[in-house]
Design a protein around this ligand. Structure first.
Ligand SMILES: Cc1cc2nc3c(=O)[nH]c(=O)nc-3n(C[C@H](O)[C@H](O)[C@H](O)COP(=O)(O)O)c2cc1C
Length: 320
């Protein structure tokens, strides 16, 4: 057990937060992470209010662990915010200026509130806005990337200045990197890419296979996959950009969303899930530089157990 300010605040036993990944982080993944002692995160963006209620029912029935709900500011649905803040331990925001009124609203329903940030100024604003903890995202991160600074320089600044617990995100996938950010003073690490390659992830098998074969330099920051969400840099496998640019058709596949088949447009923001058909390699294959450390697909509980016991051992060795 590694106890930190974050684990005590949130009530988890592992200093690990799984990143919300709409469509990919299934309720089964969130429940598995929560059941293994981490903080499981559900993404709100693709869930209308009744579907969010139903998914929270499912989570409550399948885990006694701790979970939260993540909101992307450009897609924020106030009805969902109220549902999440009433029913989840953590409500979290990403991609927008920290908003004290929003933080207060979520807190008033009883949730802990956090904000994923990409700069020192944004971290300070999140703390001023009343967040209970802050997620600091380095530019190594997979998926949408808020800032331009890599994790360690940004963490050093934020840990100096902010008093609330800090969670580190971006490029972390091993016990060594978890131990490093804990030793630096963080309360936990948040991981996305590592959990894309988990047994409970809904990522398309070809996407997972591409991740397992990739190194950090196979990823790049781009604005290429901007249909539905323009002007928002994101880190993907470079090969996906080349594959998408080589195509000319507007629609390159279809996927299931809320029980309905929807077309996948070329350069859409949607990552391919197991039930997606079409040009999978040309879709948004989000990947952090942490992709270099992926070696196999494992159950989420095994990932958490491996990371926590490895980090514990490393921190003990470092203290000798
Ligand atoms: C497939 C994918 C989808 C993501 N979707 C979201 C999201 O909806 N909300 C969010 O706050 N962060 C999202 N992120 C970013 C993560 O919160 C986190 O910053 C990132 O995964 C950390 O880097 P790593 O992938 O190297 O672990 C996503 C990341 C990935 C890989």
């Amino acid at each position: 057990m590694i106890a930190t300010a974050f684990t005590k605040l949130v009530g988890v036993s592992a200093p690990i937060q799984q990143a919300s990944m709409p469509g990919i982080a299934t309720p089964e993944l969130v429940a598995a992470v929560a059941g293994a002692g981490g903080l499981g995160m559900l993404g709100a963006p693709l869930l209308p209010a009744p579907a969010l209620e139903a998914t929270l029912d499912q989570l409550e029935a399948t885990t006694r662990g701790v979970f939260g709900v993540n909101f992307l500011m450009p897609f924020l649905d106030p009805a969902c915010l109220e549902i999440a803040a009433r029913r989840a331990r953590v409500v979290e925001f990403f991609y927008g200026d920290p908003d004290p009124a929003l933080v207060q609203r979520a807190s008033a329903f009883g949730a802990l509130v956090s904000w994923q940030v990409g700069s020192l100024a944004e971290a300070a604003a999140a703390e001023r806005a009343g967040c209970n903890f802050i997620v600091v995202q380095g530019s190594e991160a997979g998926g949408h990337v808020r800032g331009a600074t890599s994790l360690l320089p940004l963490l050093s600044q934020v840990l100096e200045q902010c008093r609330v617990p800090v969670v580190a995100a971006g490029g972390i996938a091993t016990a060594r990197s978890l131990a490093a950010v804990l030793a630096a003073g963080c309360g936990a690490a948040r991981m996305g890419t590592r959990f894309v390659a988990s047994a409970e992830s809904a990522a398309h098998p070809a996407y997972v296979k591409a991740l397992l074969a990739a190194s950090a330099s196979d990823t790049c920051l781009t604005e290429a996959f901007s249909v539905m969400w323009p002007n928002a840099p994101h880190r993907v496998l470079r090969s996906a950009i080349a594959a998408a640019e080589a195509l000319t058709e507007d629609v390159i596949g279809e996927m299931q969303l809320a029980g309905q088949s929807i077309p996948v447009q070329r350069l859409s923001v949607l990552a391919p899930t197991a039930d997606t058909r079409g040009r999978i390699h040309a879709m948004a294959l989000y990947a952090g530089e942490s992709v270099a450390n992926l070696t196999s697909v494992q159950p989420a509980a095994a990932i958490i157990a491996e990371l926590v016991s490895g980090a514990e051992q490393l921190l003990r060795q470092a203290a000798r």
